[in-house]
Structures are given as C-alpha cells and as structure tokens.
Design a protein around this ligand. Structure first.
Ligand code: BGC
Length: 405
C-alpha cells in the first residue's frame, strides 16, 4: 500500500556492505565475547548461546520482533505489518507474541536472544519488567528499539510511536468542542473517566493529555464527575481489558446514575476499554441521550460502534505508517547511520513525524524518539480517512475491516 523506497534502498545498501550491518558501533554494552554470561531475572547465570554470541558474524540479518498480545486487536496487525515490511525489504524476521503478561514476554525475548537476532523490536507488555532480559541482550550486543510503548531500560535508546500526549489531548478536545464547554453558560455536563492500564507508560500520556484539556472545566464546575473518580489510579483499566472497563462502567452507572442522572460523556483512553463502556451503557444506562464516548486505535468493533452512534470518536494511529517508520529507523540503525532528526527527511515519509530527544525517557535517559501524529475519526470523516485511503474496506456486513498490507 505504501511506498518503501527508503527502506529498500537502505536494505540494498546494507546488503552491499555487510560490515555496516548488525553489531553496529551504535549498540551499547559490552561485546558478546567479553561477557557471555549475565544473571537472569531469578539471579542465576544464564549463558548466551553460540547463536547469540555469533549473531553479528554469521552472515545473516535477522530482526527479532516481540509483540505484547494477540487478545488486544491492534498488536496482531502491528506484528503482521512489521514482519511483512521487513521481509519485503529483504530481511529475515522472527516474530513472537506474548500473552499480555510480562513473564511470557521475558521468555520470548530470551528466546529471540538465544536464536541469534541482530536487533530487537519490542512493544512491551509493561513499562517495567524487561530490565534484566534487555541487559542480557545488551551483553550480546543486540540493540533494542522500543515500538509504540515506552520501555524502562537503559539498554533502549530509540523509540518509534505516536505522540501519546497528543492522543489524549485529541480525546479531551473532542469532548470540550462537542459539548461546547467554552460557551456552556450555566449548563453543566456529567462525565466519567476510564483510563488505560498504568503498567503501560503510554497510558499516563493519554491521561494527562486529556486531563490537561478537561481539568479546567472540572475545576470551574462546567464538567461534573458524579462518581468523584478522576485520579489516574482510580480510573485505571487493568490490562486494557474490555471486561474490566465494562464491569467498572456498570458499577458507576448503577451507583451514580440509576436515579436518572444524565451521563453526557465518557473520556475513555482506548478502543478495547471503550467497547466495554459502550456495552455497559447499552445494558445499564437509563437515559436516552447519546453519550459521548472517546477511544483510540480504530479497532473494527469500535468503528462499527461509531457508525451506530455507540461510540463518538476514535483517535486513529495509522499502523501502516507507524510500522513503516519503525522499519526505516531499524534499518538505518543496522546500517550504522546516524539516527536523528535528519532521518525524517532522508526517509521521505509522506506522513507527519516529529523527532524528540527530550520527551520520552527509558527511566534513565531520554530516548531518541520518532513520534507520529494521530488523527481524530468520527462518523463524519470515517469514510474519507479510513476507507478512501485504503486502510480499511467495508466487509460483507457493511462495516470497516482493516486491510492487510
Ligand atoms: C497503545 C494503544 C492500545 C493500548 C492497548 C497502548 O500502548 O499505544 O494503541 O490501545 O496499548 O493495546
């Protein structure tokens, strides 16, 4: 669907000059031969395999990809698109999906190290938990690039994602503008807040991006939160799961709205949670108004809900673009090219990307980050932005389905 000239040229250059690839000088850490043993999470010595020790000199370029889960819709597509991108650019790919637990991801990453990957692309399950296994990768001179989610490890110097704060801001702005809060006069509106999973550091960006917009209206009394639950922790959705968001929303509706109190809006961090909120509103809300409901991702069920007025918007993060940027940064890194703001122009991306080295931290240092720009999708622009662009097509049931790359 998208042109990948930059990546293909880089891959050709990489193939022509194997010395520039893998084990590039940019990797941090000691060399594999110097430090063949590190301690695993349990504190036991965990020797590197020969494949791990020799990955840079074995003549193969293998990209190890670790995705967090298959039960949250987007990661299936991320995995598929990334694998396809790298394979089309001439690389071998080893793709693993964890089961949304950090332990399963530690296992996956250990296997990728043992299987001799030259670079690791990781969308982590949790912000913390991978520190030890990534130290092990570092000891084998395997560089790591964080994909979409921030990782707490000083072994991670690079990050490709969407601007997490902006995602939240778009959700907050949607509610502010749709309720026309600046011209509310004496009107007040009731809102509830459904945040993401706090073990995922991105969720913090979403929360603050949205609350920086909405909090002033809560302080003024234009927005009222009948449950009183506005804090990040008390509004969290464990593991981003639909059923937890559903359960909490049913409880809120039962405890604070069953007397006929009107609910005007739910600030909801993402689509998997919004699906649970929409189900709760359908089952347990007594009012007959359309409740504004935000989300993020463009999951298929949520796009259907948008078409049926059960969700108002989703913040679309174009995965073909995010995976293309990830591939280009990874390949440039493997070629030993300098990673910095100039890469944006060199890669000729036809989508907006901002380079930042002072925004997203790995817990110790700021990562060099490439941040894409998200887009608000509503019933009004869904067809133009998602169907006409070819990212989705209508299925036999008349609802949008994501198109495989
Ligand atoms: C991603 C979101 C996604 C959420 C749950 C976040 O880290 O950035 O796009 O909705 O995880 O999968």
């Amino acid at each position: 669907m998208k042109k990948r000239l930059c990546a293909i040229l880089l891959a050709m250059a990489a193939a022509a000059s194997l010395t520039a690839c893998g084990g590039s000088g940019a990797a941090k850490g000691t060399s594999a031969s110097e430090d063949a043993q590190v301690e695993d999470a349990a504190g036991a010595d965990y020797e590197l395999t020969d494949a791990a020790k020799n990955h840079a000199s074995d003549g193969e370029e293998i990209i190890g990809i670790s995705m967090p889960a298959t039960n949250l819709e987007r990661w299936n597509r991320d995995g598929e698109y990334l694998a396809k991108n790298f394979e089309e650019a001439g690389y071998t790919v080893n793709l693993k999906f964890a089961d949304n637990t950090i332990d399963s991801q530690i296992e996956d990453v250990n296997e990728l190290i043992d299987e001799g990957m030259d670079i690791l692309v990781i969308a982590t399950v949790n912000y913390t938990g991978l520190e030890d296994v990534l130290d092990r990768a570092e000891s084998a001179d395997i560089p790591i690039i964080a994909y979409d989610r921030i990782i707490n490890s000083d072994a991670v110097g690079y990050y490709v994602s969407f601007d997490n704060y902006m995602v939240g801001a778009l959700e907050g702005e949607y509610i502010r503008d749709t309720l026309d809060l600046d011209n509310a006069g004496g009107n007040t509106y009731n809102i509830e807040i459904v945040s993401g999973y706090s073990a995922d550091k991105n969720a913090d960006g979403y929360y603050h991006g949205a609350m920086d917009i909405l909090q002033p209206y809560i302080d003024k009394g234009t927005l009222v939160v009948p449950s009183g639950q506005t804090g990040y922790a008390e509004t969290e959705t464990f593991q981003w799961k639909t059923e937890y968001a559903n359960e909490r929303m049913v409880n809120l509706l039962t405890n604070y709205y069953s007397d006929g109190t009107r609910l005007d809006a739910v600030l909801c961090a993402n689509d998997s949670a919004a699906a649970g909120v929409a189900q709760a509103i359908e089952a347990a809300y007594k009012g007959d108004n359309i409740v504004l409901l935000t989300g993020q991702d463009g999951d298929e069920e949520n796009l259907k809900n948008i078409m049926e007025d059960k969700q108002s918007m989703t913040v679309y993060k174009c995965l073909p673009h995010e995976t293309e940027a990830m591939m280009d940064v990874t390949i440039a890194f493997m070629k030993g090219e300098e990673i910095g703001a100039d890469l944006i122009e060199e890669c000729g991306w036809d989508f907006d990307v901002v380079y930042a080295d002072d925004r997203y931290s790995n817990g110790t240092d700021y990562m060099q980050s490439f941040l894409l720009t998200p887009l608000t999708i509503t019933k009004e622009n869904l067809e133009k932005e998602l169907i006409d662009t070819g990212y989705y097509k209508y299925g036999d049931d008349g609802y949008p389905k994501a198109v495989s790359e």
